[in-house]
Ligand binder design. Sequence first.
Ligand code: SF4
Ligand code: SF4
Length: 326
Amino acid sequence: MSKPKVAFYWCASCGGCEEAVVDLHEDILGVVSAVDIVFWPVALDFKRSDVEAMKDKEVAVAFINGAIRSSEQHEMVELLRRKAQLVVAFGSCAHLGGIPGLANVFDRGAIVNQACVNAVSVVNDQKVLPSEETTVPEGKLTLPLLWNTVKSLDQTIDVDYYLPGCPPPVNLIGEAVGAILKGELPAKGTVLAPDIALCDDCVRRDTKPEKPALKEFFRPHQVKADPEKCLLAQGLLCLGPVTRKGCGSVCVKANMPCTGCMGPTSNVVDYGAKALSAIASLVDSNDDKEIAAIISKVADPVGTFYRYSLPASLLHRRYNGSTERG
Ligand code: SF4
Ligand code: SF4
């Protein structure tokens, strides 16, 4: 019997999700012996034309990581959607838009100008910007269109399952692959991680007060955190109360607050709004001025509460009047 065909693809992301697959260590040998990897550009020399030549639904499952922010990524995920029976949004960026999704605070013009003209490491006196088509003596060069708005995978194609995390925890990847191979998958649309908050899993949960009362917020470099006590109770913005468990609370074990990469549990509509309201409810004051002073200590509120989820949020992006494509 032929082995199920599997594809991996990388869109707008850092590459950590691809590393997470390799982090299966020797377990990857079991995966490789059980499936036929037919597309994995970061590791194996397959081309887009190889995928185009496949029959529709020939691939059993496509694991796609990264947000979607260019015409090329959109074309590739539409192609993989046609060829695959199942599509798994792999990692925070595919799941919710991820850190690349914070680009939705700006528009494309501002981003391209910053990267190509204004960055301190760039010399571009003529202010040359990338364009979709450039004619050179040898012919026409083309580049994919960079979209004005970063999207999560399910804002561009139909998605069957989600493996959350930045990157997804290795044990969850192994369980997902096992469930796919055995045909023991839950209902379509399920996030393949426990549907309960991270605090439930946390080694410090017994030191978390019923309702921490906070007079001040700190960033991790501003205090020496007690390694035994709940970080939130120490004024560090730990988002464990609103984040899905499944990672083994690795950041908290390293004395760093949870920044929310596993995303919300299934009863939450907008992760950032939930995180913001959960933290705001802990402010220990009834005085408007004092409340404003305490809240002002939260550096970069969008980056703090929507670090991984701005494209999938109800806000989606900052409206800047642009009518640009994408
Ligand atoms: S708030 Fe953070 S440190 Fe405190 S119990 Fe929850 S996950 Fe652990
Ligand atoms: S502790 Fe939070 S930020 Fe760290 S891996 Fe887990 S869910 Fe992600």
